[in-house]
Design a protein around this ligand. Structure first.
Ligand SMILES: [Zn+2]
Length: 497
């Protein structure tokens, strides 16, 4: 459960009650509604306000939308469907929403950064030069690789951290993959290196404006891939750029996302330059609001926690990165306090060189476990609450809570079907516990976005996976070759990996 939600707890077992829309086309002979698809017989975890879990349930889909969800017995004979999907041995959940992912700059260089580098060396010694070395086809391939990993592990929507250079190619690649996404340009106006990314404030504002003009709401791929306002954040933006990004987000009615305070350095520099901690300073600039997604938010003081809650901000918690890059999250992080203050805590997987995996189930497992241990209190972040962060919380962070995040009439049919015929799903007693502590993306069998099957039997159907992986291997070597670098392996190897 996220900060703004007041209802609680998962429920097990079926509950009566069917909800549906009105005004459908009907079959003239039977009077049954015409729909495109019915998903029949599944254990449906709705994640609706009451957290209904329906055994042997049916989800009916028309024009990409859920038009009915309820017990199959109650809906029998009510639909004439173009297609039927047997979900009798499936657990059906809403598609997960990843609140922070570097989709176009990192999947293609996954794992090349040594895992014993400092934060500064990680970002400035490796990630920035790698991002600068990407060409148009590299970014498109990287985006599709990231989309494939997300979709196959049950994530149907994500918020990107910003494309390096070739946003059009990334939008095109993601559109072909069939995932839902909010994307943008990697924007800053302070760092002078790498040379390729040097931007004046006016250039940065122009880039943001251009991305929003061309790929803003409803502009691309039926609206599934849309541009939003994204800044690199940290200490890379002038006050003028922060203010301009805020204005553009308002003007284009989109959100505003940026990194802040994963490590103590951001606060140290803000204090030295402005006399204020980062969140306090951004609030004074008028940046904060309920459309803001602040990424990381590990090193915050009491005032910053209070402000993020009061302004209704979302905080994208990336536990896999925090652990691997040694942010000290379990020692100094304030995630339970952020939720108590009213912030919307959602979950991200960050970059493929910081967290190295985009399976949001793995990150959700860490959220559920880390804070119990950090507070020595098993009541912190129950599984049901964490799964809500990964679904409803992410949807709210992206301003899409009216469209996705739960399986309800009137929302998009973004559905994930887990295969129950696996050891981690057997026996099945408490589905919330099973989703967060036992299962991960490996049991994802079928995925639908807008009612369209994009993963079937665990394989992507929108993109040829073998061709994608082969092309990504070649492109990855090409990118490293441009930098004159090789992976720094710790073990003696014979031949290329
Ligand atoms: Zn990031």
């Amino acid at each position: 459960m996220t900060g703004r939600e007041s209802d609680g707890g998962s429920r097990s077992g079926p509950e009566p009650g069917v909800t549906r829309d009105s005004g459908p086309a009907r079959d003239p002979s039977t009077g049954a509604e015409r729909v495109d698809l019915v998903v029949e017989g599944g254990l449906v975890v709705t994640m609706d306000a009451a957290r209904r879990v329906l055994a042997d349930a049916t989800v009916a889909v028309r024009d990409g939308m859920v038009v009915a969800v309820g017990p199959s017995a109650d809906l029998a004979g009510q639909f004439v469907a173009t297609a039927r999907l047997d979900a009798r041995r499936r657990v059906v959940v809403p598609g997960l929403v990843n609140a922070h992912l570097h989709v176009s700059t990192e999947p293609i260089t996954r794992g090349v950064v040594p895992d014993d580098t400092s934060f500064e060396e990680n970002v400035f010694g490796w990630l920035s030069p790698l991002a600068a070395a990407l060409g148009e086809e590299d970014e498109r391939l990287s985006a599709q690789l990231g989309a494939a990993e997300c979709l196959r592990s049950g994530t149907t929507c994500f918020l990107d951290a910003g494309t390096g250079w070739h946003l059009d190619a990334v939008v095109d690649g993601l559109g072909e993959a069939g995932i839902r996404a909010q994307v943008g340009r990697r924007t800053w106006d302070r760092p002078a290196t790498p040379e390729k990314f040097r931007q004046t404030t006016s250039q940065a504002v122009a880039n943001l404006t251009d991305a929003l003009d061309r790929h803003g709401a409803g502009a691309a791929t039926d609206g599934r891939v849309r541009a939003t306002a994204i800044l690199v954040g940290h200490t890379t933006c002038t006050d003028d750029l922060w203010r301009a990004a805020r204005s553009l987000a308002d003007e284009h009615r989109v959100g505003l996302s940026f990194h802040m305070s994963p490590a103590p350095g951001d606060a140290r520099q803000f204090l030295a330059e402005t006399g204020e901690r980062p969140v306090v300073h951004l609030d004074r600039l008028g940046v904060l609001g309920d459309d803001v997604v602040l990424v990381h938010g590990v090193h915050l003081d009491d005032e910053e926690v209070r402000l993020l809650g009061e302004r209704g901000c979302s905080v994208a918690h990336c536990p896999t990165t925090a652990l691997k890059v040694a942010y000290g999250v379990s020692q100094v992080g304030r995630m339970p306090e952020l939720v108590a203050a009213g912030a919307n805590l959602c979950i991200g997987t960050d970059g493929a060189n910081a967290a190295n995996a985009a399976d949001l189930y793995r990150a959700a497992y860490l959220v559920a476990g880390l804070w119990k241990d950090a507070r020595r209190d098993p009541s912190v972040f129950p599984a049901a609450e964490v799964f809500a962060m990964a679904t409803r919380g992410g949807a709210r962070a992206l301003g899409l809570d009216h469209e996705i995040g739960s399986i309800e009439v009137g929302k998009r049919a973004d559905l994930v079907l887990h295969d129950r015929d696996r050891p981690e799903w057997t026996p099945l007693h408490d589905v919330a516990n099973q989703l967060v502590y036992s299962a991960d993306g490996r049991s994802v069998h079928t995925v639908l976005v807008d009612g369209r099957i994009v993963v079937d039997a665990g394989r992507l159907v929108t993109v040829d996976e073998e061709r994608l992986y082969a092309a990504a291997e070649v492109a990855a070597r090409r990118v490293l070759g441009r930098l004159g670098r090789r992976p720094v392996g710790r073990w003696p190897e014979r031949g290329a990996p």
